[in-house]
Design a protein around this ligand. Structure first.
Ligand SMILES: C[S@@+](CC[C@H](N)C(=O)[O-])C[C@H]1O[C@@H](n2cnc3c(N)ncnc32)[C@H](O)[C@@H]1O
Length: 301
């Protein structure tokens, strides 16, 4: 991504969730809390003509987001919503199994950590993100009435520095505690070496039973990484924004890849399971993006 600008894809995701929240039929898929907290982020990240402060701005933002989805891929925004709901379910399961820390890497404008930190005041919640994106998130949080006393922001560019460098120096992170690490919509922007570094960090610096909850792109038959139903314009847009996909796996590679770093695959959801589990009957025929799966793995020691 561009060093001095917030991630365009993080803005795209938050606006996409806002679009679903306001859709006459799809809105039932978004919980009230998810919709409300996301709205706070969307208010902050859309400025100038797209400001939500007035009707014209709201109409322009709605038109722009609709158009972007039409051009990019049908079912993109609903995918973001079900991906977030699935990850939240995995995070809650990890907390029920004893996780005492939640570390969200590449958090963007996602509000999972806010929903969770409010509900579990004894949990330590740390968000790590590229500094250029996180500076906007920090401002958005400062604008909220609510304060989150167990929620901390840590800037890190994973292509320049490592989790060791920032987390181990941080007073709030305890390497002996069982933890849930989340990487939603992040690993596809990294190189395999950087993905391994995250896994190795968790293996060497977190407590028993720690889990890694992440999304990954399914590698296509031609060796590229992209959603199966994405238009060519999607690739072009990601390239212009400096956010092309650089890493993914074939599904059969997932479990062995994790085993090599000392993790055991617990579950993986493709678009089929996501549709079956998270989309209501009324929207059963709705388009859903294909090609980004959600996995949860546990440290095998
Ligand atoms: C597609 S957005 C996903 C945001 C959020 N996880 C979500 O799903 O709503 C990608 C996120 O990865 C972060 N990111 C991309 N490259 C990064 C890097 N080199 N170091 C740290 N974060 C990075 C961006 O800042 C952005 O927040």
């Amino acid at each position: 991504m561009k060093a001095n600008k917030p991630s365009s894809t993080a803005i795209f995701v938050a606006n996409g969730v806002w679009w679903v929240t306001n859709h006459p039929q799809l809105s039932v898929e978004v919980s009230e809390l998810m919709g409300n907290l996301n709205l706070e982020m969307v208010k902050h990240i859309n400025r100038g003509p797209f400001s939500l402060q007035n009707r014209v701005g709201r109409w322009l933002l709605k038109t722009k987001t609709s158009l972007m989805q039409k051009i990019a891929m049908p079912g993109f925004y609903l995918h973001f919503v079900v991906r977030k709901r699935c990850i939240e379910k995995f995070v809650r399961a990890a907390i029920n199994k004893g996780a005492e820390q939640l570390i969200v890497v590449g958090a963007g404008f996602d509000a999972l950590s806010l929903r969770i930190s409010n509900e579990y005041p004894d949990l330590t919640v740390i968000e790590i993100d590229h500094p250029a994106t996180q500076v906007w998130k920090r401002k958005a949080l400062e604008g909220l009435d609510q304060r989150f006393n167990n929620h901390y922001l840590l800037p890190l560019d994973l292509t320049q520095d490592t989790m060791q460098a920032v987390l181990l120096r941080n007073e709030h992170y305890d390497r002996n505690k069982s933890s849930a690490f989340v990487a939603e919509g992040l690993l596809m922007y990294l190189a395999e070496k950087e993905v391994r570094e995250i896994l190795n960090f968790i293996k060497d610096n977190s407590g028993l039973g720690s889990r890694f909850i992440f999304t990954y792109m399914e590698e296509r038959s031609d060796g590229s990484y992209q959603f199966k139903n994405a238009s060519l314009i999607t690739n072009w847009w990601l390239k212009v924004k400096g956010e092309q996909f650089t890493w993914g796996l074939r599904n059969e590679q997932l479990a062995p890849f994790l085993n090599e770093s000392g993790f055991r695959l617990l579950e993986c959801k493709t678009h089929r399971e996501l549709r079956a589990e998270f989309i209501s009957a009324v929207n059963s025929g709705a388009h859903l993006a294909i090609g980004e799966n959600i996995a949860v793995a546990q440290l095998d020691r």
